[in-house]
Design a protein around this ligand. Structure first.
Ligand code: PLP
Length: 445
């Protein structure tokens, strides 16, 4: 296909997320027009395995007729109506199904337009509740370096990826950042147990120093996703929750990436990490990427604190509970259940993780880490895990280019490649994917 015109329209008119200004108007982005199962087709008609799963979101894979039908049928019946003073039955059903699958008493679902707005709504709800409880000074949100919670002003304010914070103003007057929880960077001779202890002390000290009466919440991704698939030490989340409970600090689990099967369960908080948070934020796999939607799940306990008061939670979106998005979400959920996709992930993930860790044999690979169907390969040209040389900055992009030539798309993040394929990937396809990734890394060495 000749893409000359569309490439020019793309470069002239389409401002992309995280648009780099140095190459503005001269980008050579891959065009993706068609996709089926775990494969995408680029502008040249080449078939590539979708290593990143879109953006961690295409759980059930591409091109599902049943999804297209459900969404089309809903659009025919009711494409949209205002959620402010009206409702629709498909969104109500979807809310009930989410509540049924969520941990503990997270029975209240606030629908949003994506992950950033789910986090934004969670933070605004926390402020709202504290204001109503007569403690307006309890506002600080403890978060972590390398966290990514979204791109609205408030969600970006609690996000801790340094490069993202360089050029934009931040609403971080409420944010307090804890140091990196990546065990790779623990001190010389420090055991994992000692590192874990240090991280728990970091959290508790922060609360004590700032004052528990000023700290409203702790927000954490179960696994820091865009920060480079950082898996905190075992027991970390449970211990953090205990600290939060001791000081009346709410625990917000940002499951925008980890929910809906990425770790083999509907939600990872309880089933994988053994915690029942006060709030869960989710999006992405919520609709398998077929429609933009997010959700903030709030506990009975928190809702009971605000219910019956003479106040309005003045937060919401034209498209909260959008019927077509809800149809996509419900149908995706039905497919995950009917096809046993959660069980499938639990079966295939050990193979994925074994092949991932096997890449550490390659000279420039300085770390491999992951869980479920999430993985990261970190590289450095001098083989030093601590260095991110200027020359290392484009290793991820070079590996991606080499892999694309061989039939695999990966997600490069500076000196890392992140993998999170559609959850329907078979064991054979996992092998194909890692065979190509290995070749791509060696070619980029
Ligand atoms: N939270 C986490 C953990 C994410 O990874 C992301 C996006 O990658 C977001 C929030 C923001 O979601 P969205 O891009 O749908 O607004």
């Amino acid at each position: 296909m000749d893409n000359t015109d569309v490439r020019s329209w793309d470069n002239t008119h389409f401002v992309h997320p995280w648009e780099g200004m140095s190459a503005l108007g001269q980008n050579e982005r891959t065009f993706v027009e068609t996709a089926r199962g775990i494969h995408i087709f680029n502008g040249n008609g080449d078939r590539l395995i979708d290593g990143p799963g879109g953006m961690w979101c295409t759980q059930i894979g591409y091109g599902r007729e049943e999804m297209a039908e459900a969404m089309a049928e809903q659009a025919r019946q009711l494409a949209y109506f205002s959620p402010f003073s009206n409702t629709n039955s498909i969104a109500a059903r979807f809310a009930r199904e989410l509540a049924r699958r969520s941990p503990g008493d997270l029975n209240h679902v606030f629908f949003t337009t994506g992950g950033s707005t789910a986090v934004d709504s969670a933070l605004r709800f926390v402020q709202f509740r504290n204001n109503l409880l007569g403690r307006p000074e309890k506002k600080i949100v403890i978060t972590r370096q390398k966290a990514y919670h979204g791109s609205t002003y408030l969600a970006a304010g609690v996000s801790g990826k340094e490069r993202d914070r360089l050029w934009l103003d931040k609403a971080d007057q409420f944010a307090h950042f804890l140091p990196d929880v990546n065990p790779l960077y623990r001190g010389e001779g420090q055991s994992i147990e000692e590192f874990l202890e240090e991280k728990i002390v970091d959290l508790e000290n922060a609360i004590l120093t700032l004052g528990a009466d000023r700290v409203a919440a702790f927000i954490a991704e179960p696994i820091l996703a865009s920060g480079g698939v950082i898996v905190p030490p075992k027991g970390y989340h449970r211990r953090c929750l205990e600290v939060c409970r001791r000081h009346d600090v709410l625990y917000i689990s940002d499951e925008v990436v980890t929910a809906f099967g990425r770790l083999g369960h509907w939600f990872a908080s309880e089933d994988v990490f053994g915690i029942r948070p006060d709030i869960i934020t989710c999006a992405k796999g919520l609709t398998s990427g077929y429609a933009p939607m997010g959700a903030t799940l709030i506990s009975d306990r928190l809702i009971a604190d605000v219910a019956g008061r003479d106040a309005t939670f003045s937060n919401g979106y034209t498209y909260s509970g959008h019927p077509v998005c809800a149809a996509a979400g419900l149908t995706s959920m039905e497919i995950i259940e009917r096809e046993g996709i959660l069980e499938h992930v639990r079966t295939v993930a050990p193979v994925f993780q074994e092949r991932l860790h096997d890449l550490s044999r390659i000279g420039i690979v300085t770390d491999t880490r992951g869980m479920g169907l999430m993985g990261c390969v970190q590289c450095s040209l001098d083989g030093d895990k601590h260095s991110a040389l200027k020359a290392d900055y484009d290793i991820g992009a070079r590996i991606d280019a080499e892999c694309q030539k061989r039939g695999l798309l990966v997600r490069p993040i500076v000196n890392m490649c992140v993998m999170s394929p559609p959850l329907i990937i078979t064991e054979d396809q996992v092998h194909q994917m890692f065979d190509i990734l290995e070749e791509g890394i060696r070619a980029a060495e």
